[in-house]
Design a protein around this ligand. Sequence first.
Ligand code: NAD
Length: 358
Amino acid sequence: MYKITLIPGDGTGPEITEAAVRVFEATGVSFDWEIQNAGEDVYNQEGNPLPDRVIDSIKKNKIAIKGPITTPVGTGFRSVNVTLRQTLDLYSCVRPCKTYTGAKTRYDNIDLVLFRENTEDLYAGIEYEKGSQGAKEIIDLVKKLSDREIRQDSGISIKPISVYGTQRIVRAAFEYARKNKRRKVTSVHKANIMKYSDGLFLEVSREVAKEYPDIEFEDKIIDNMCMQLVQKPELYDILVLPNLYGDVVSDLAAGLIGGLGLAPGANIGEEYAVFEATHGSAPKYKGLNKVNPLAVILSGVMMLRHLGEMEAAERLDKAIASIIKEGKDVTYDMKPTPDDPSAVTTSGMADAIIQQMK
Ligand code: NAD
């Protein structure tokens, strides 16, 4: 029996996780779910979108699976997702993007795994609001140190990238490559422009690559990487990226394999692991029992592998593959057109996967 923290999330999160949990239980692996709510509703009720009880529960159980959580744009609380990753030091965000036969996509041979650094970069959360004392002091300091003018009406976000942070994410990518018999790691950066942050990321990537002579290494500038991924994605295998590029390229890669409904993920640190889809809370579909539960279910396949439940993981993955191949019991986003009347609901798709596993 595995005790797992279950964070249903908000928006479409609760309906997706409810469907996913039924699927996980149908694998025959036994789970004891410790439900911990977080997000917008919890913020409204408890004044904190990520109360300590959630963190404590994950620290106790070591493993969590979560639905997406809304982050207000501009003002409001800080991203629960980012805070969770930083508090638990879940430095490695692993996002596999693989084409399943039958999925609606322009490509049929994609098998990428993204390693997104999860704790540093512009996501470090070190920001100074326009007009604040902090912004003013930084503007003065920059003027003093480098004689460069930052406009007085600027908001400022700091982009730290460290040797320590880069070493561990690049090593995680190479270790994964070795363990899973993958051929190549590509480090993605903009070192030509940001010489001391992205430049460091590149330099450390090159150093770490020397420890893995059995695996090919190359680097790509982020803009070129985007073009290459759209034009010839089959050339790429494992990508390792700083936080922001990792976020953006994750959605691009999801688009290559049929959309966000199919893109799972795991946030992994030395001690804890939190499994979650790449997609957000898709609030406009909240309560409609409409969106695709596969990304969370596929995150569960990753969780089963993490737990060492390989047979159950393969069985579930196979059942998912055959549902996609058949194309009948799939949600609207996987049908030829979004208004296809034969699309099934979130829970309907889970039922079909459960049936397929029997
Ligand atoms: P989103 O991923 O929620 O949705 C974008 C669009 O993608 C949707 O409108 C929908 O068309 C499609 N989509 C997403 N998930 C789908 C699914 N399961 N099935 C079918 N289609 C799906 O992105 P957004 O609208 O930019 O973000 C909404 C909220 O989610 C924001 O508050 C954002 O901050 C948050 N968010 C949370 C996480 C997380 O919890 N890890 C990740 C990304 C965004």
